[in-house]
Design a protein around this ligand. Structure first.
Ligand code: GAR
Length: 221
């Protein structure tokens, strides 16, 4: 049987890397259409680096503090990714802003995961912001990256209901469970060529299969 041509990913992290782990786990399945060629962290202490090394994935630390400008930092990362033949960048808890030139260079080849239902609740502290706003659902979003923070065509979202007793931590934990499902799902859709960007919307035929509405609080029956 012909060997599956896999989409070559570079995952950018700054911390624990539980989303990186979800991608690593997905990539261990032989039929999964992507592989992780490189993991880059801007922090040498990031727990995600240990996860990568355990799985024999090449790692690189690019410490942003070592570079005078954001553009210099971004150029070093781009060189490493080009040398590694990166086809898709996955930001997974990468807590650095990227330069406009970097976003342009990797346009439609860079995705991010964010713990809210974008375009609501951009930036940091988004779980507390969702609680404070009193929304019935928050969730998570995988989207293509544009220059403005937490913007870009939305590929996959998962809705998570809020509970009256939620804290930022309890909500973050429930959202994270869904993040670990939708990040590999989004990568698969892209790798299988199912996502088309049109008028800044990321469309897949699979969207039309979702017919279930969610109501919170639920209607008694
Ligand atoms: C995740 O919740 C991710 O969505 C969030 O950081 C966490 C990283 O966790 N990213 C952002 O807030 C980016 N705007 P992880 O290191 O365990 O994957």
């Amino acid at each position: 049987m012909a060997k599956l041509k896999k989409l070559n990913l570079c995952v950018l992290i700054s911390g624990n890397g539980s989303n990186l782990q979800a991608l690593i786990d997905a990539c261990t399945v032989p039929e999964f259409p992507a592989q992780i060629g490189l993991v880059i962290s801007n922090k040498a202490s990031a727990g995600g680096l240990v996860r990568a090394k355990k799985n024999q994935i090449p790692t690189l630390v690019v410490d942003h503090k070592a570079y005078p400008t954001r553009a210099d930092f971004d150029r070093v990362m781009t060189k490493a990714m080009e040398d590694n033949s990166t086809e898709l960048i996955c930001l997974a808890g990468f807590m650095r802003l990227l330069s406009d030139a970097f976003c342009d260079n990797w346009r439609d080849r860079m995705i991010n995961i964010h713990p809210s239902l974008l375009p609501s609740f951009k930036g940091l502290g988004v779980q507390q912001a969702a609680i404070d706003a009193g929304v019935g659902f928050s969730g998570c979003t995988v989207h293509y990256v544009r220059k403005e923070i937490d913007t870009g065509p939305i590929i996959v979202q998962a809705a998570v209901p809020l509970k009256s007793f939620d804290t930022a931590d309890s909500l973050a934990a429930r959202i994270l469970v869904e993040e670990h499902k939708i990040y590999p799902h989004a990568v698969r859709l892209i790798a299988e060529g199912k996502v088309t960007i049109s008028n800044e919307r990321a469309l897949t035929a699979d969207n039309d299969r979702q017919t279930q509405s969610l109501i919170n609080p639920p209607i008694e029956n």
